[in-house]
Design a protein around this ligand. Structure first.
Ligand code: AMP
Ligand code: MG
Length: 419
């Protein structure tokens, strides 16, 4: 049986890189840049004032103090977006924040250090060095420099940088199309009444949301009944036009577990079908060739917790990699166990945990039942406690590592979160 690391490594072999497409800035948040972004202009593209004040020649303010101000002749007022007259010796121009520095000026005195006059003359009360309160052309971004490299995740600030160099669209990798298909005669879509022995399918809703969160485009194929021919037909439809296919359930050794058989009938090459981890031992991973493309098939376990924990370990990294993200993994933080997490070693464990901040660091507590059927404990969790296959797990007070699913624990109330 493979370890989690071995399974991840096998899944991330030869991940196809999605082709580039051009998208408007609005809507590009979270996408991955498909090419280096090079600035064609300087930002700012002209020297401008960082303050509301007066553009002066620094030399004219030499030796000036509040007791001994210098009086300069005002030649005009320059607003942001306007171009003002130049200044000569003994002259100043009123400038607003963002206004171009007038020809001849080399410093700005802020209005608070003057008498604030708007006409005739202005009294300057401080000496100022060359360049004071001037934003130099190219100081933010110099033309010709690479502002964002290929593979960068587009955060709001990065979109702002792209806008600042005049970019209206960006080349990003296409969203990988990921099909989702549940299997199970017992499954009913939310919104329909439950019959005897039936349960609502939760995997489709959770997986499609996880796919979108990872930057993929989810296609929900609903549920296939526990029947080999029906599973083959539904799987074939799910493969059509998809970059990867996720099925849930029907992948262990039960009498009606047809997914592996369906993979084989569709010509898929099985890579592995079990991983030494808890929750979620059964994971059938194979690849099928369709129209010259290789489509990975992830046969995820049906248990909702196992299904989603498997997604986080194996599918999410694939979706991120396919978009060209060089850092496809979830963050891992160090914490201190508050509860007793010891159990018999044997399989790598990913326990659902709640995180809280304390002056000593991050405290780690169980999020509730660790049974793989209890989805509500995963819903309450911020992360997964990582326990190696040969380890028992931390006792109270011992250090531990947690894969963060929901960074929301960093937000909150209390004195810690305020300035
Ligand atoms: P299986 O792997 O098909 O044996 O399913 C394992 C367990 O997960 C069973 O209790 C199933 O009812 C449950 N299960 C399978 N698929 C889903 C689903 N889409 N939503 C919720 N539970 C499911
Ligand atoms: Mg089943």
């Amino acid at each position: 049986m493979l370890t989690v690391d071995e399974a991840v490594a096998r899944i991330l072999v030869d991940v196809p890189r999605m082709p580039a497409e051009s998208v408007p800035l609005r809507g590009a948040r979270g996408r991955v840049l498909a090419a280096d972004l090079i600035a064609r202009i300087d930002v700012p593209s002209f020297d401008n004032s960082a303050m509301d004040g007066y553009a002066v020649r620094a030399v004219d303010t030499r030796g000036t103090t509040p007791e001994n101000p210098v009086v300069l002749r005002l030649v005009g007022t320059v607003a942001a977006g306007a171009v003002g007259p130049g200044i000569g010796p003994g002259e100043a121009a009123a400038v607003m924040t963002g206004a171009p520095i007038p020809e001849g000026a080399d410093a700005v005195v802020m209005v608070e250090d003057t008498d604030g006059s708007r006409s005739g003359t202005v009294a300057i009360r401080v000496a100022c060095p060359v360049g004071r309160h001037c934003r130099r052309r190219g100081a933010d971004v110099a033309a010709g420099t690479t502002v964002l490299i290929s593979g960068t995740r587009l955060s709001p600030a990065r979109l702002g940088v792209a806008a600042s160099i005049g970019q209206a669209t960006l080349a990003v990798t296409r969203r990988p199309v990921i099909s989702v298909l549940s299997t199970g005669d017992e499954l009913v879509e939310p919104g329909s009444p439950l019959g005897a022995g039936q349960i609502y399918s939760s995997n489709n809703a959770a997986l499609t949301a996880l796919i979108e969160e990872a930057g993929g485009a989810a296609r929900d194929h609903g549920t296939a009944p526990d029947d080999l021919d029906a599973t083959i037909a539904a799987l074939e439809a799910a493969i059509e036009g998809a970059d990867a296919v996720l099925t849930t359930g029907g992948v262990s050794v039960g009498a009606f577990d047809y997914v592996k058989e369906a993979h084989a009938r569709l010509g898929a090459e099985m890579d592995f079908w079990r991983v030494r981890m808890k929750p979620g031992k059964p994971l059938a991973f194979g690849r099928v060739r369709r129209a010259g493309r290789v489509v990975p098939l992830f046969g995820l376990p049906g248990n909702p917790v196992s299904c989603l924990v498997n997604f986080a370990q194996f599918v999410r990294p694939w979706i991120r990699s396919a978009q060209g993200d060089p850092r496809p993994f979830l963050p891992v933080v160090s914490g201190v166990a508050v509860d007793d997490f010891r159990d018999t070693p044997g399989r790598a464990r990913l326990d659902r945990v709640v995180l809280t901040r304390s002056p000593a660091g991050i405290e780690v507590r169980s999020a509730g039942s660790q049974s793989s059927g209890v989805l509500s404990a995963l819903a309450a969790a911020h992360g997964l406690l990582l326990v190696g296959a040969d380890q028992a797990g931390p006792r109270p007070g011992e250090p531990c590592r947690v894969q963060v699913l929901d960074p929301g624990f960093w937000d909150g109330t209390g004195p810690d979160y305020r300035w």
